[in-house]
Design a protein around this ligand. Sequence first.
Ligand SMILES: Nc1ncnc2c1ncn2[C@@H]1O[C@H](COP(=O)(O)OP(=O)(O)O)[C@@H](O)[C@H]1O
Ligand SMILES: [Mg+2]
Length: 175
Amino acid sequence: MIPLPDLLATRRVGAVLAQVLQGGDVVAMLGDLGAGKTTLVDACVVALGGEGASSPTFALVQEIACAATTVWHADLYRLERADEVVELGLEELLGNPRGVSFVEWADKHQVLPRSCLRLTLHHVGQGGEGSQGGQGSQGRDERALEIEGVGPRGRELAAAFQAALAAVVPAPSAC
Ligand SMILES: Nc1ncnc2c1ncn2[C@@H]1O[C@H](COP(=O)(O)OP(=O)(O)O)[C@@H](O)[C@H]1O
Ligand SMILES: [Mg+2]
């Protein structure tokens, strides 16, 4: 698990991910609502020279032109039926060597190719289940990132991502 003590840490990790992605890579973004999936994708897209990514309102797949690649950002949260997934045309995009794909809520439907990187964002922290009176939201906004590689390219990508993260010198804490 990679600790993400604040928003900046999540954004920094997104920027590091941009260094190791190649055309055809697929990244499954997992974790609860508000865990930081879109935030991480946005930071990665910006590092790739794109304008950024946002939570989709109508379009469930957004195509984002970046400096040297294209990013497809899909969010399956609102998709209920398998035929809607087919209509999205995701199958043709995922693994397309012209760009990189991110799929939020990827586990809701069977869309992932054999090889992919699975990134799970976890809420960490205090004020969780053990707290009284439902005051958990007053805890700090900490997250942790779990990195898993599936299939040959997924495992290679996970290893490259972890190595790139390890090479980043942690910034001194601001206080
Ligand atoms: N450490 C953190 N990492 C990511 N997001 C954080 C963090 N701390 C606070 N946040 C906030 O949590 C929210 C995450 O939203 P978002 O990225 O849209 O989540 P998701 O796509 O998983 O639903 C944002 O409002 C962001 O500012
Ligand atoms: Mg999101």
